[in-house]
Design a protein around this ligand. Structure first.
Ligand code: HEM
Length: 134
């Protein structure tokens, strides 16, 4: 079940990625006249959203929750962090750009969160245990 949620959420985020392209195209003239710092930050934000969506979809395609209670809990914690990171990177794209400042604290934090969430899932997958598919 959690895997399916990641998969469908990931597909939704990839659709949102396409919409961020439309947003840059329609609202900011395809970034054509924008100065370079903001233009580069918009590009990076557009692609972060694609990658966060793909992380969710790929994790969802393979995730098997453990029958072992504490491992199951750690997996759910990792997923919660990944969902939060993904929502935050999308929020950051729309609220932190364009900017006068090179710093984007929400977007930066979302990247720390996704690193943490993916690491939790990766590390816990190394612990031997019985799996079930839900
Ligand atoms: C609705 C569809 C899309 C629209 C309207 C769109 C729009 C844009 C815009 C406005 C930029 C910034 C261009 C610039 O700074 O000159 C951009 C950059 C980019 N887009 Fe999209 N995009 C779309 C879908 C995609 C897809 C499907 C991909 C690939 C998987 C993609 C990959 C990229 C890449 C790699 C860049 C950065 C290009 C560079 O740095 O040279 N985009 N997109």
């Amino acid at each position: 079940m959690l895997g399916k949620i990641h998969l469908f959420f990931g597909i939704l985020v990839v659709i949102i990625f396409l919409l961020t392209g439309q947003y840059m195209d329609k609202n900011f003239n395809h970034l054509q006249d924008m100065e370079l710092m903001n233009r580069a930050l918009f590009r990076a934000g557009h692609l972060y959203i694609l990658l966060f969506g793909l992380i969710n979809a790929a994790l969802g395609a393979h995730l098997k929750l453990s029958k072992t209670k504490w491992i199951n809990l750690v997996q759910k914690l990792g997923s919660l962090v990944i969902f939060s990171a993904t929502i935050l990177v999308i929020y950051g794209f729309f609220t932190e750009l364009p900017t006068e400042n090179i710093e984007r604290p929400l977007t930066r934090f979302s990247l720390y969160l996704i690193l943490f969430g993916v690491s939790v899932h990766g590390l816990i997958s190394l612990v031997p245990n019985k799996y079930k598919t839900i």
